[in-house]
Write a protein that binds this ligand. Structure first.
Ligand code: NCD
Length: 334
């Protein structure tokens, strides 16, 4: 079954959010528009809306995370859901229970949504395939595969500052090979019609299929960031590197580290992004990270709004399913 089938219900509404791949421009735009509407909730005296009241959302983080887990948790709370954050290291999975047994137990507790982060590519997809029809699954990062909510919060940040994607030139710099963020960003940028998407990386940190992803490949930082509107820096994902892919962090910084001086090759109003956590002095120096072109902390704030958008859309799809079922039981919709 194609991914698209599993993420959408029969009316094309979002049921799970596992990958950007296969989703169309109107759906991505709907997520961004909804998220835009949720930004104001954080500025209200009472930071809550009732869209997921009475729902149970469970965070299942099999891999460490601070930003992503916290913003998912805050997003669920702002939607008025009841939130469970399972501490996997002390949970029954470490006592030998299988992942599916854990899921069955959570389903028996009537959880409505699982937010999953896992070191294995495809884990969220596997959970979605094996969960009950009333459960939605959101991928919070699986191996090197996808991190769709990160990509969408990046798109929201870009759209709010730069406007239309069709006019933009965007460069993604660094460890493309090991980055689930880059993969999701490339799909999102291309689907939203970005004029030019570039990737800049050493040969060892580029996946073999790079060009087929619809990007222009550069190996020289200065050349690659010339006249771009947006620079997205990536963390060196050492935990996913097999063997020595880099001479040293010092040498990496000499070639690919972003400094104020190097940034001058880009457009004067360029913005600098990073999904975090930043390695200062490796991907970029502190002057850039904390400088006027950096929008890194805005990305974090937008993460809450985007996660609220995706969660409320999936719960809305589940509510529509429940309403259809109730209508057919009561004979209104035979
Ligand atoms: C990213 C991740 O975990 O994939 N971080 C994040 O979600 N904020 C990128 C990274 O770890 O470098």
């Amino acid at each position: 079954m194609a991914r698209r089938d599993i993420q959408l219900d029969e009316e094309g509404r979002l049921r799970h959010f596992l990958t950007i791949e296969g989703l169309d421009q109107p759906l991505l735009t709907e997520i961004l528009d909804k998220a835009e509407g949720f930004i104001g909730v954080s500025q209200q005296a009472i930071k809550k809306v009732p869209l997921c009241r009475g729902k149970i959302i469970t965070n299942l983080f099999f891999e460490t995370s601070t930003r992503t887990r916290t913003t998912f948790e805050l997003a669920a709370k702002r939607l008025s859901a009841d939130v469970l954050s399972l501490n996997i290291s002390t949970s029954a999975t470490t006592k030998g229970e299988t992942l599916l047994d854990t899921l069955r137990n959570l389903e028996a507790m009537h959880c409505d949504m699982f937010v999953v982060r896992h070191a294995d590519s495809g884990a969220a997809h596997f959970i979605a395939q094996h969960s009950a029809p009333h459960v939605s699954v959101i991928n919070a990062g699986d191996g090197r595969h996808a991190h769709p909510t990160q990509a969408m919060l990046d798109m929201l940040t870009i759209r709010r500052i730069k406007g239309e994607f069709v006019k933009l030139r965007v460069a993604i710099v660094g460890d493309i090979l090991n980055s689930r963020v880059a993969r999701s960003q490339i799909h999102a940028l291309n689907t939203l019609g970005t004029s030019e998407v570039r990737v800049i990386a050493p040969y060892t940190l580029l996946p073999a299929e790079s060009r087929s992803l619809g990007v222009h490949v550069y190996h020289d930082l200065q050349e690659g960031i010339r006249d771009v509107d947006v620079v997205i820096m990536l963390r060196l994902q050492r935990e996913r590197m097999r063997g020595a892919m880099l001479p040293s962090e010092h040498e990496y910084f000499q070639l690919y580290g972003l400094t104020e001086q190097r940034l001058r090759a880009a457009k004067p109003d360029v913005i600098v992004m990073h999904p975090g956590p930043i390695n200062r002095g490796v991907e970029m120096d502190s002057q850039v990270a904390d400088g006027p072109r950096s929008v890194i902390l805005q990305q974090v704030s937008h993460g809450i709004a985007v996660r609220m958008a995706v969660m409320s859309m999936c719960i809305g799809t589940q509510n529509a399913r429940i309403a259809r079922r109730e209508a057919s039981v009561s004979g209104l919709n035979p």
